[in-house]
Design a protein around this ligand. Sequence first.
Ligand code: DAH
Length: 331
Amino acid sequence: MISDDIVVIAKKEIYTVKNITELNILKVKYLGKKGYIKTQFLLIKNLKKEEKINKSIILNQQKKKIKKIIIKRQKEIELEKNNKNFLNQKIDISLPGKYIEMGSEHPIKNIINKIEKFFVKIGFEIVVGPEIEDVYHNFDALNIPKHHPIRTEQDTFWLDKNILLRTQTSNVQIRIMKRSKPPIRILTSGKVYRNDYDSNHTPMFHQIEGLFIDKKITFIDLKSILILFLNFFFGKKCKIRFRPSYFPFTEPSLEVDILNQKKKWIEILGAGMIHPNVLKNVKINFSKYTGYAFGLGVERLAMLYYNIQDIRLFYENDIRFLKQFKFNNFI
Ligand code: DAH
Protein backbone atom coordinates (compact mmCIF):
# COMPACT_ATOMS: atom_id res chain seq x y z
CA MET A 1 0.00 0.00 0.00
CA ILE A 2 2.19 2.80 -1.30
CA SER A 3 -0.01 5.76 -1.95
CA ASP A 4 -0.67 9.25 -0.68
CA ASP A 5 -3.55 7.84 1.32
CA ILE A 6 -1.15 7.23 4.15
CA VAL A 7 -0.42 10.96 4.34
CA VAL A 8 -4.15 11.67 4.66
CA ILE A 9 -4.54 8.99 7.32
CA ALA A 10 -1.50 10.24 9.23
CA LYS A 11 -2.73 13.84 9.10
CA LYS A 12 -6.12 12.86 10.49
CA GLU A 13 -4.47 10.97 13.33
CA ILE A 14 -1.96 13.76 14.05
CA TYR A 15 -4.81 16.22 14.40
CA THR A 16 -6.56 14.10 17.00
CA VAL A 17 -3.69 14.44 19.49
CA LYS A 18 -3.78 17.17 22.07
CA ASN A 19 -0.31 17.17 23.56
CA ILE A 20 3.36 16.72 22.69
CA THR A 21 3.64 13.25 24.31
CA GLU A 22 0.88 11.88 22.14
CA LEU A 23 2.38 13.58 19.13
CA ASN A 24 5.77 11.96 19.84
CA ILE A 25 4.11 8.52 19.85
CA LEU A 26 2.76 9.20 16.36
CA LYS A 27 6.15 10.49 15.26
CA VAL A 28 7.65 7.11 16.20
CA LYS A 29 4.76 5.29 14.58
CA TYR A 30 5.30 6.90 11.19
CA LEU A 31 8.91 8.02 11.08
CA GLY A 32 10.66 5.93 13.76
CA LYS A 33 13.21 3.13 13.26
CA LYS A 34 10.45 0.53 13.19
CA GLY A 35 7.84 2.93 11.90
CA TYR A 36 5.69 2.84 8.80
CA ILE A 37 8.13 4.45 6.34
CA LYS A 38 11.12 2.35 7.41
CA THR A 39 9.02 -0.83 7.16
CA GLN A 40 7.88 0.08 3.66
CA PHE A 41 11.47 0.57 2.59
CA LEU A 42 12.26 -2.95 3.79
CA LEU A 43 9.34 -4.35 1.84
CA ILE A 44 10.52 -2.92 -1.47
CA LYS A 45 14.07 -4.10 -0.96
CA ASN A 46 13.68 -7.12 -3.27
CA LEU A 47 11.74 -5.45 -6.06
CA LYS A 48 13.20 -4.84 -9.51
CA LYS A 49 15.54 -1.90 -9.77
CA GLU A 50 13.24 0.45 -11.67
CA GLU A 51 10.22 -0.31 -9.53
CA LYS A 52 12.31 0.03 -6.42
CA ILE A 53 13.45 3.49 -7.49
CA ASN A 54 9.91 4.65 -8.25
CA LYS A 55 8.55 3.40 -4.94
CA SER A 56 11.38 4.84 -2.91
CA ILE A 57 10.75 8.27 -4.49
CA ILE A 58 7.14 8.07 -3.39
CA LEU A 59 8.12 6.88 0.08
CA ASN A 60 10.55 9.79 0.51
CA GLN A 61 7.87 12.26 -0.51
CA GLN A 62 5.47 10.76 2.00
CA LYS A 63 8.12 10.94 4.70
CA LYS A 64 8.67 14.62 3.96
CA LYS A 65 4.95 15.44 4.00
CA ILE A 66 4.32 13.61 7.30
CA LYS A 67 7.30 15.28 8.89
CA LYS A 68 5.99 18.70 7.86
CA ILE A 69 2.54 17.97 9.28
CA ILE A 70 4.08 16.83 12.59
CA ILE A 71 6.19 20.02 12.90
CA LYS A 72 3.18 22.21 12.15
CA ARG A 73 1.06 20.40 14.70
CA GLN A 74 3.84 20.67 17.29
CA LYS A 75 3.92 24.46 16.88
CA GLU A 76 0.16 24.67 17.18
CA ILE A 77 0.13 22.59 20.38
CA GLU A 78 2.85 24.81 21.90
CA LEU A 79 0.97 27.96 20.99
CA GLU A 80 -2.27 26.62 22.44
CA LYS A 81 -0.42 25.77 25.64
CA ASN A 82 1.08 29.27 25.89
CA ASN A 83 -2.27 30.90 25.29
CA LYS A 84 -3.87 28.70 27.90
CA ASN A 85 -1.14 29.54 30.42
CA PHE A 86 -1.59 33.21 29.68
CA LEU A 87 -5.36 33.08 30.09
CA ASN A 88 -5.05 31.09 33.31
CA GLN A 89 -2.71 33.66 34.81
CA LYS A 90 -4.17 35.46 37.78
CA ILE A 91 -3.42 39.18 37.80
CA ASP A 92 -3.47 40.92 41.13
CA ILE A 93 -4.65 44.38 40.22
CA SER A 94 -4.18 45.59 43.78
CA LEU A 95 -0.35 45.25 43.54
CA PRO A 96 1.50 48.57 43.19
CA GLY A 97 2.92 49.26 39.70
CA LYS A 98 6.59 49.65 38.87
CA TYR A 99 7.68 53.29 39.25
CA ILE A 100 10.25 54.48 36.74
CA GLU A 101 12.28 57.37 38.06
CA MET A 102 12.94 59.99 35.39
CA GLY A 103 16.37 61.61 35.29
CA SER A 104 16.98 65.23 34.44
CA GLU A 105 19.72 67.51 33.27
CA HIS A 106 22.21 68.63 35.90
CA PRO A 107 21.57 72.27 36.96
CA ILE A 108 25.05 73.27 35.76
CA LYS A 109 24.37 71.84 32.30
CA ASN A 110 21.03 73.65 32.38
CA ILE A 111 22.72 77.00 32.94
CA ILE A 112 25.35 76.33 30.24
CA ASN A 113 22.63 75.46 27.71
CA LYS A 114 20.70 78.60 28.50
CA ILE A 115 23.77 80.81 28.07
CA GLU A 116 24.88 79.08 24.87
CA LYS A 117 21.42 79.51 23.38
CA PHE A 118 21.58 83.27 23.97
CA PHE A 119 25.00 83.73 22.38
CA VAL A 120 24.29 81.42 19.42
CA LYS A 121 21.25 83.55 18.64
CA ILE A 122 23.44 86.64 18.26
CA GLY A 123 25.97 84.92 16.03
CA PHE A 124 28.54 83.30 18.34
CA GLU A 125 29.91 79.92 17.32
CA ILE A 126 30.27 77.19 19.97
CA VAL A 127 33.76 75.69 20.14
CA VAL A 128 35.59 73.28 22.47
CA GLY A 129 39.14 73.10 23.77
CA PRO A 130 41.29 70.73 25.83
CA GLU A 131 41.16 70.39 29.61
CA ILE A 132 44.72 69.05 29.72
CA GLU A 133 46.79 71.98 28.55
CA ASP A 134 50.36 73.20 28.23
CA VAL A 135 51.85 76.22 29.97
CA TYR A 136 51.97 78.18 26.73
CA HIS A 137 48.19 78.13 26.07
CA ASN A 138 47.12 78.42 29.71
CA PHE A 139 49.58 81.19 30.71
CA ASP A 140 52.38 82.35 28.36
CA ALA A 141 50.32 83.23 25.27
CA LEU A 142 47.81 85.01 27.51
CA ASN A 143 50.50 87.52 28.46
CA ILE A 144 50.93 86.08 31.94
CA PRO A 145 54.64 86.47 32.74
CA LYS A 146 56.65 83.57 34.23
CA HIS A 147 56.65 84.83 37.81
CA HIS A 148 53.30 86.57 37.80
CA PRO A 149 51.34 85.84 41.03
CA ILE A 150 48.29 84.70 39.03
CA ARG A 151 50.16 81.45 38.25
CA THR A 152 50.19 80.58 41.94
CA GLU A 153 46.91 82.32 42.77
CA GLN A 154 45.12 79.97 40.44
CA ASP A 155 46.45 76.97 42.43
CA THR A 156 47.34 74.93 39.41
CA PHE A 157 47.20 71.14 39.29
CA TRP A 158 50.42 70.17 37.52
CA LEU A 159 50.67 66.92 35.57
CA ASP A 160 54.22 67.56 34.43
CA LYS A 161 56.65 70.52 34.28
CA ASN A 162 54.88 71.80 31.19
CA ILE A 163 51.47 70.11 31.36
CA LEU A 164 48.60 71.07 33.63
CA LEU A 165 44.83 70.89 34.11
CA ARG A 166 43.64 74.16 32.64
CA THR A 167 42.88 76.78 35.26
CA GLN A 168 40.67 78.83 32.93
CA THR A 169 38.81 78.45 29.64
CA SER A 170 40.88 81.37 28.28
CA ASN A 171 43.22 78.74 26.78
CA VAL A 172 40.59 78.19 24.08
CA GLN A 173 40.89 81.86 23.01
CA ILE A 174 44.51 81.24 22.05
CA ARG A 175 43.83 77.97 20.26
CA ILE A 176 41.03 79.54 18.18
CA MET A 177 42.86 82.79 17.40
CA LYS A 178 45.91 80.83 16.26
CA ARG A 179 43.93 78.92 13.65
CA SER A 180 41.36 81.47 12.44
CA LYS A 181 41.25 84.87 10.81
CA PRO A 182 39.07 87.74 12.10
CA PRO A 183 36.21 88.29 12.35
CA ILE A 184 36.16 85.71 15.16
CA ARG A 185 33.10 85.28 17.37
CA ILE A 186 33.21 82.20 19.60
CA LEU A 187 31.88 80.86 22.87
CA THR A 188 33.29 77.91 24.74
CA SER A 189 32.24 76.22 27.95
CA GLY A 190 33.83 73.56 30.06
CA LYS A 191 35.56 72.34 33.17
CA VAL A 192 38.49 74.14 34.78
CA TYR A 193 40.58 73.02 37.76
CA ARG A 194 42.09 74.76 40.77
CA ASN A 195 43.29 73.30 44.03
CA ASP A 196 40.70 74.92 46.28
CA TYR A 197 37.79 73.62 48.39
CA ASP A 198 35.24 75.42 50.56
CA SER A 199 31.60 76.58 50.36
CA ASN A 200 32.51 78.85 47.44
CA HIS A 201 35.14 76.76 45.67
CA THR A 202 35.41 73.23 44.31
CA PRO A 203 38.59 71.84 42.69
CA MET A 204 36.65 71.44 39.45
CA PHE A 205 34.21 74.06 38.26
CA HIS A 206 32.86 75.45 34.98
CA GLN A 207 33.58 78.57 33.00
CA ILE A 208 32.15 80.04 29.84
CA GLU A 209 34.49 82.09 27.71
CA GLY A 210 33.46 84.47 24.95
CA LEU A 211 35.66 86.15 22.37
CA PHE A 212 34.86 88.66 19.65
CA ILE A 213 37.50 90.11 17.30
CA ASP A 214 36.79 92.39 14.37
CA LYS A 215 37.55 95.88 13.10
CA LYS A 216 36.42 98.72 15.38
CA ILE A 217 35.29 96.65 18.37
CA THR A 218 35.11 98.92 21.42
CA PHE A 219 34.67 98.80 25.17
CA ILE A 220 31.08 100.01 24.61
CA ASP A 221 30.37 96.87 22.57
CA LEU A 222 31.64 94.76 25.45
CA LYS A 223 29.55 96.55 28.08
CA SER A 224 26.44 96.44 25.88
CA ILE A 225 26.66 92.73 25.23
CA LEU A 226 27.19 92.00 28.93
CA ILE A 227 24.19 94.12 29.96
CA LEU A 228 22.06 92.51 27.26
CA PHE A 229 23.08 89.05 28.40
CA LEU A 230 22.61 89.68 32.13
CA ASN A 231 19.17 91.20 31.55
CA PHE A 232 18.22 88.13 29.57
CA PHE A 233 19.61 85.78 32.21
CA PHE A 234 18.46 87.38 35.45
CA GLY A 235 15.65 89.63 34.20
CA LYS A 236 15.72 93.39 33.86
CA LYS A 237 15.33 94.04 37.58
CA CYS A 238 18.66 92.54 38.61
CA LYS A 239 21.30 94.95 39.90
CA ILE A 240 24.58 94.90 37.97
CA ARG A 241 27.84 96.55 39.01
CA PHE A 242 30.83 97.07 36.71
CA ARG A 243 34.16 97.30 38.52
CA PRO A 244 37.57 98.16 37.06
CA SER A 245 39.88 95.16 37.39
CA TYR A 246 43.08 93.68 36.13
CA PHE A 247 43.84 90.67 33.94
CA PRO A 248 47.16 90.33 32.10
CA PHE A 249 45.35 89.33 28.89
CA THR A 250 42.95 92.31 28.74
CA GLU A 251 43.42 96.06 28.88
CA PRO A 252 41.31 97.73 30.14
CA SER A 253 39.73 95.01 32.29
CA LEU A 254 36.56 94.87 34.32
CA GLU A 255 34.61 92.60 36.60
CA VAL A 256 30.86 92.33 36.99
CA ASP A 257 29.04 91.82 40.27
CA ILE A 258 25.39 90.95 40.85
CA LEU A 259 23.44 91.91 43.97
CA ASN A 260 22.13 88.73 45.56
CA GLN A 261 18.99 88.24 47.69
CA LYS A 262 20.97 89.03 50.84
CA LYS A 263 22.03 92.37 49.30
CA LYS A 264 25.59 91.17 48.88
CA TRP A 265 27.57 91.85 45.68
CA ILE A 266 28.71 88.60 44.07
CA GLU A 267 31.39 88.56 41.39
CA ILE A 268 30.30 86.57 38.35
CA LEU A 269 32.62 87.41 35.46
CA GLY A 270 35.81 88.99 34.27
CA ALA A 271 36.19 90.71 30.92
CA GLY A 272 38.11 93.28 28.95
CA MET A 273 39.58 94.42 25.66
CA ILE A 274 42.12 91.91 24.39
CA HIS A 275 45.65 93.00 25.19
CA PRO A 276 47.73 93.85 22.07
CA ASN A 277 50.43 91.42 23.31
CA VAL A 278 47.93 88.55 23.11
CA LEU A 279 46.97 89.49 19.55
CA LYS A 280 50.68 89.70 18.71
CA ASN A 281 51.25 86.21 20.15
CA VAL A 282 48.64 84.75 17.81
CA LYS A 283 49.74 86.83 14.82
CA ILE A 284 46.67 89.01 14.51
CA ASN A 285 47.38 92.56 13.31
CA PHE A 286 46.49 94.63 16.38
CA SER A 287 46.57 97.95 14.54
CA LYS A 288 43.77 96.67 12.32
CA TYR A 289 41.73 94.53 14.71
CA THR A 290 40.49 94.89 18.26
CA GLY A 291 38.38 92.58 20.35
CA TYR A 292 36.84 91.77 23.67
CA ALA A 293 36.75 88.65 25.79
CA PHE A 294 34.86 87.60 28.87
CA GLY A 295 34.93 84.66 31.28
CA LEU A 296 31.88 83.64 33.32
CA GLY A 297 31.80 81.45 36.41
CA VAL A 298 28.96 79.01 35.74
CA GLU A 299 28.56 77.78 39.34
CA ARG A 300 28.34 81.38 40.57
CA LEU A 301 25.57 82.10 38.07
CA ALA A 302 23.78 78.88 39.02
CA MET A 303 24.02 79.71 42.74
CA LEU A 304 22.49 83.12 42.13
CA TYR A 305 19.88 81.81 39.73
CA TYR A 306 18.69 79.00 41.99
CA ASN A 307 19.56 80.73 45.28
CA ILE A 308 21.97 78.01 46.41
CA GLN A 309 24.30 78.78 49.32
CA ASP A 310 26.96 76.08 49.05
CA ILE A 311 28.71 75.29 45.74
CA ARG A 312 29.63 71.79 46.96
CA LEU A 313 25.96 70.72 46.68
CA PHE A 314 26.34 70.60 42.89
CA TYR A 315 28.82 67.74 43.11
CA GLU A 316 27.65 65.62 46.04
CA ASN A 317 25.06 63.88 43.85
CA ASP A 318 22.45 63.98 46.60
CA ILE A 319 19.34 62.86 44.78
CA ARG A 320 17.15 65.10 46.97
CA PHE A 321 19.10 68.13 45.78
CA LEU A 322 19.16 67.12 42.11
CA LYS A 323 15.45 66.27 42.03
CA GLN A 324 14.54 69.90 42.60
CA PHE A 325 15.69 70.83 39.11
CA LYS A 326 13.55 68.27 37.36
CA PHE A 327 11.12 70.74 35.89
CA ASN A 328 13.55 73.56 35.47
CA ASN A 329 14.97 72.47 32.12
CA PHE A 330 15.02 75.46 29.82
CA ILE A 331 13.27 74.50 26.63
N1 DAH B 1 40.14 83.69 32.94
C1 DAH B 1 39.71 84.60 33.98
C2 DAH B 1 39.61 83.83 35.30
O1 DAH B 1 39.58 82.63 35.28
C3 DAH B 1 38.37 85.19 33.64
C4 DAH B 1 38.49 86.15 32.48
C5 DAH B 1 38.74 87.45 32.71
C6 DAH B 1 38.32 85.70 31.20
C7 DAH B 1 38.86 88.37 31.67
C8 DAH B 1 38.41 86.57 30.14
C9 DAH B 1 38.69 87.92 30.40
O2 DAH B 1 38.27 86.21 28.88
O3 DAH B 1 38.77 88.77 29.36
O4 DAH B 1 39.54 84.44 36.32
